[in-house]
Design a protein around this ligand. Structure first.
Ligand SMILES: [Cu+2]
Length: 184
């Protein structure tokens, strides 16, 4: 009896927790457009809703940093604040810490890239070829949006932290394939 009873209690607790999270999400956010559930989705949906409702509160000092993805030139550090940049179709927020003089050669992303400068100086230009004269310097508080598939390039003056918000996956296609660090 014990062996069958206890998992049931755990399951009930998990369901109550998930239900509570969903109720909190509904009160905190505008109601999303109604999407009629499809057959077979019932089991997966509550988990997805719970993940979307995840509440994140982070001071800069709480952020965990690790090496940037191998798709970026070496030297960058990355912190995932929300979501999963590797997941297709889902929003994510990351920060990237770029050392002085860091350069990302001309490239594009499959989804819109929204960049907010947190500290330092982020420089960005549009086009297929790197040209310092065509780059704009953005200081802390500055913002840039790179629409999907638009060719652009970027750098850092002084150690620079940027925050990137986008829909995954966070993929990079270099205009010149020889610039791709994965092919070096
Ligand atoms: Cu970019």
């Amino acid at each position: 009896m014990q062996r069958s009873y206890r998992p049931a209690v755990v399951l009930l607790a998990a369901l109550l927790f998930a239900g509570g999270a969903a109720v909190r999400a509904q009160s905190a956010q505008p109601k999303p457009k109604a999407q009629p559930p499809k057959a077979g989705e019932a089991a997966a949906k509550p988990k997805a809703a719970k993940m979307a409702a995840k509440h994140t509160v982070l001071n800069a000092s709480d952020m965990q940093w690790g090496p940037g993805p191998d798709s970026l030139p070496a030297g960058a550090q990355m912190s995932v604040l929300d979501g999963d940049p590797g997941k297709a179709g889902a929003p994510f927020v990351i920060r990237a810490k770029l050392p002085d003089g860091y350069k990302v050669p001309p490239h594009s992303h499959p989804t819109d890239e929204n960049v907010t400068v947190v500290s330092g100086t982020f420089t960005v230009g549009v086009g297929d070829k790197w040209d310092d004269a065509k780059m704009t310097s953005l200081k802390a508080g500055g913002y840039a949006k790179m629409p999907s598939n638009m060719h652009h390039y970027a750098g850092a003056k002084g150690e620079t932290i940027i925050q990137i918000a986008a829909i995954g996956p966070f993929a990079i296609t270099y205009v010149n394939p020889t610039d791709d660090p994965r092919k070096k």
